[in-house]
Design a protein around this ligand. Structure first.
Ligand SMILES: Cc1cc2nc3c(=O)[nH]c(=O)nc-3n(C[C@H](O)[C@H](O)[C@H](O)COP(=O)(O)OP(=O)(O)OC[C@H]3O[C@@H](n4cnc5c(N)ncnc54)[C@H](O)[C@@H]3O)c2cc1C
Length: 496
């Protein structure tokens, strides 16, 4: 049997990405690897990233994280979707839920039936036919054999990293505190050999995972893997996060409230609310942004706002030589649909599946890079959709994103839906058909035509079928406790 060449894994950085990598690799491949994580108390983590998508639930399950313990220790709440305000037009509101819309058939997705019935005056609102969406609207939540809902989490990034650190160290990860002063490479191959810390300590490894955030200390500053800038499609480049006291029960959704040069997030945790203004500095100065944030804040400030600059785009090669970038070091598509933690989790899963036990060869690297590119580009298109499909004309920011050129891949999807109401999910794509449908309709795209399946049913039969669906969902939601009551019982926050 071939000897294992890659055994010593060095993770640079201890933010969300670093500790997710540490916990997953140690729990899954533990005895095959020696894992060291280096982080520096002198360099703070980005400190945000608190809203997730349902894959977080699946990922935790895969690596054996106990849900109730995790939620107690991180003050987490449940998330059923995102509540968008002022996106299509000022005053608009819709929820992009994680749920399934109605009942689809093999011939056509549910929304085709709904579009027909709506046109004939036989149907209510689309949201009447989705359990998660109705539960979100009413602030309800339950998860059990009786209530099978598709959900994600809101979590506290600081507590989450601490929690994962505890699990990782228990699984054998060695943590080294220290600032990386330089990265040492093999003189011929350029492969990374070691990290030299300011203390003089040298950390040697076979595989290096760059989780150093936007700076990309290994992947970019050392290996120059390259970056594809997407800011012409996603112009927001600044954020002002702040932590505030809760002013009411935690709702089971994130809010994304558009303003004239970006948007504001509100993420309800058990012990506080995470809020943050996202904006484009070409259209809003930092002082104006701070004033805007203060206008939109609800509740007493617990931690004062801090400033973050970012650029949307992807690292051209997330795997280069013997270095793999995860998290912000690998690229960033702005936080609108809370996809970064998902991408970290998928990237770690992919790494476990394609782990280079016998060395970092080109074919493995190429496969990994292709899959990563494919994934992030689909997510990029979904985010651009929210900006481009707007009718807002009240500010230069909205005029720019409404009229900008968009990627061909997205233009094709819009044409298909705009003409015939068809939406699709490509293999391994994160967002499902129902996500595309909810956002496209929520952003005011009204398809000119749709599948004629609905005409095969008698009007009364169709009206009754839709009424039954709505009634059953209504009954199920009525039987659920409030989200806050469920949290209080299921996983009361340790720090609340
Ligand atoms: C405004 C904003 C909002 C976001 N919201 C969401 C969201 O709602 N949902 C979501 O999924 N994602 C979100 N994200 C993304 C999310 O925050 C990140 O994906 C996640 O926090 C991972 O960050 P990271 O670990 O890659 O980097 P960081 O948190 O920046 O961590 C970098 C680590 O590297 C260490 N480090 C750096 N340099 C050195 C050095 N020289 N020596 C030693 N250590 C070093 C630091 O000490 C730190 O531990 C958001 C991002 C932004 C900017």
């Amino acid at each position: 049997m071939a000897e294992q060449i890659v055994r010593r894994v060095v993770i640079a950085g201890g933010g969300t990405a670093g500790w997710i990598a540490a916990v997953a690799l140690s729990k899954q491949l533990g005895t095959l690897l020696d894992i060291t994580l280096v982080e520096s108390d002198q360099i703070r983590t980005v400190g945000v990233g608190e809203s997730t998508v349902p894959t977080a639930h699946t990922f935790h399950h895969l690596i054996g994280i106990d849900e109730q313990e995790f939620m107690r220790e991180t003050g987490s709440s449940f998330k059923l979707g995102i509540n968008f305000e002022n996106w299509g037009e000022i005053g608009d509101r819709y929820i992009h839920s994680f749920g399934t819309l109605g009942k689809s058939t093999w011939m056509a997705d549910f929304h085709h039936l709904w579009l027909h019935a709506r046109g004939e005056g036989l149907a209510g609102e689309l949201e009447d036919y989705c359990l998660e969406l109705q539960a979100a609207e009413q602030g309800k939540f339950a998860t059990s054999d009786q209530f099978k809902v598709n959900y994600a989490y809101h979590l506290d990034a600081g507590y989450y990293a601490r929690y994962l650190r505890r699990l990782s160290e228990a699984a054998g990860v060695r943590r080294v505190e220290g600032k990386i002063a330089s990265v040492e490479q093999h003189p011929q191959t350029g492969f990374i050999q070691s990290l030299l810390l300011e203390s003089g300590e040298r950390i040697e490894g076979d595989l290096f995972i760059d989780c150093t955030g936007f700076r990309g200390l290994l992947i970019e500053q050392t290996l120059k893997a390259g970056f594809e800038d997407w800011s012409h499609w996603l112009p927001n480049n600044s954020a002002l996060p702040v932590q505030t006291r809760s002013v009411g029960p935690a709702m089971p959704y994130t809010s994304a409230i558009a303003h004239d040069a970006g948007w504001l997030w509100r993420i309800p945790l058990q012990h506080r609310v995470g809020t943050g203004l996202v904006y484009c500095s070409d259209y809003l100065s930092d002082d104006e942004a701070l004033a805007r944030l203060h206008q939109m804040i609800e509740g007493e400030i617990l931690i004062e706002p801090w400033s973050i600059r970012f650029k949307a785009g992807r690292r051209l090669k997330v795997w280069e030589k013997n270095c793999i970038a995860l998290g912000l070091a690998s690229g960033f598509v702005e936080p609108l649909e809370s996809t970064s933690i998902h991408m970290i989790m998928i990237a770690v899963t992919r790494l476990i599946q394609l782990f280079p036990f016998n060395g970092c060869d080109d074919a493995l690297q190429r496969r990994y890079n292709d899959l990563s590119q494919n994934e992030i580009e689909k997510i990029r298109d979904f985010i651009i959709l929210h900006y481009h499909l707007t009718e807002r004309d009240d500010s230069p920011f909205w005029r720019q994103v409404r009229t900008m050129e968009i990627p061909d891949t997205l233009a094709q999807r819009l044409a298909l839906f705009g003409e015939n109401a068809h939406a699709y999910q490509i293999t391994e794509e994160l967002f499902r058909i129902d996500s595309w449908v909810q956002v496209m309709l929520g952003q005011r795209l009204r398809p000119a035509g749709h599948h004629q399946l609905g005409r095969l049913m008698r009007p009364e039969q169709l009206r009754q079928a839709l009424l039954d669906l709505k009634t059953n969902i209504g009954k199920a939601v009525a039987g659920m406790p409030s989200h806050q009551d469920f949290l209080n019982r299921y996983c009361p926050a340790a720090m609340a």
